[in-house]
Design a protein around this ligand. Structure first.
Ligand code: ATP
Length: 252
């Protein structure tokens, strides 16, 4: 179990109005697929980076099975699937994967054996010696997925893994996540495509303006994530008057 406790990071001095996250707390039980949902700028990436120790916190801590996540190599049980802009573009795919394996205590033998299977799964074999910046958006996501899967982590945190993917690749990624969960991998995933989260999540955490506004188990057979989002995230209703003013005389 991962316990996220009272994480606070505000990015300017005005604690009341500054952007960031405030007292973010929620638990991730082993075996869960947590949908972490919020609008642009709500604080999802900041929270995930804070969990991985990549954001300096003003307060809060994260534990794994009751122990500090950031001590005794505990963090190696987790793997982060970052946004494609946050990966080293000049590295070759295989260099990137090997680097992350080495940094997370994976032996060269394990990297070698697993990489053969995972490159085959993700159809990356022909691209492993290409620089990441040369890859299409979809292939970059596959390279990141390879770096995650080869390490066989117990927990995976995915920040918009399906953004920019075509429909077929999205379905493949979701199928991979479902299968990983059957193998006992615990998952936290952010996405703006709520339909795909509806399909796989069994726990929903909503964040709005840096605060958790909803945190509960989710049953996709009886609940609609979009309805919970509308109720708790309080999305602003767009003022359509300017559009009506432009179009009131009819179209060209
Ligand atoms: N290093 C930083 N310096 C200043 N402000 C930051 C920094 N990192 C994040 N923020 C601000 O904190 C808020 C939360 O950003 P974050 O990237 O966590 O949102 P998000 O929910 O992941 O959004 P998106 O869906 O657009 O990716 C935003 O207003 C963002 O501008």
């Amino acid at each position: 179990m991962i316990e996220v406790k009272q994480l606070t990071r505000v990015f300017n001095k005005k604690q009341d109005t500054g952007f960031g996250i405030r007292n973010v707390s929620f638990n991730i039980a082993d075996g869960d697929i947590v949908a972490f949902v919020g609008d642009n700028g709500a604080g999802k990436t900041t929270t995930i980076k804070a969990i991985f120790g990549e954001v300096h916190l003003q307060s809060g801590m994260v534990t794994i099975d009751g122990h500090d996540l950031h001590k005794n190599n505990n963090l190696q049980q987790l793997s982060f699937f970052p946004d494609s802009n946050n990966i080293p573009m000049n590295m070759k795919v295989d260099e990137y994967v090997q680097y992350l394996c080495a940094a997370n205590g994976i032996s060269h033998e394990e990297y070698f054996t697993n990489s053969i299977e995972i490159y085959e799964l993700l159809e990356l074999e022909a691209h492993r010696n290409k620089r990441i910046r040369e890859l299409s958006a979809g292939l970059k996501k596959r390279a990141i997925m390879a770096s995650v899967l080869i390490r066989k982590p117990k927990y995976i945190f995915l920040d918009e893994p399906t953004a920019n993917l075509d429909v077929e690749s999205k379905i493949e990624f979701i199928d991979i996540l479902k299968e990983l969960n059957h193998f006992g991998v615990t998952i936290l995933i952010t996405s703006h495509i709520i339909e795909e989260l509806q399909e796989i999540a069994n726990h929903l955490v909503l964040i709005s303006k840096g605060r958790i506004v909803y945190d509960a188990p989710f049953d996709n057979r009886t609940e609609k994530m979009i309805d919970i989002y509308r109720k708790y995230s309080n999305p602003k209703k767009i003022n359509l008057t300017p559009l009506k003013n432009v179009y009131k005389g009819g179209v060209m």
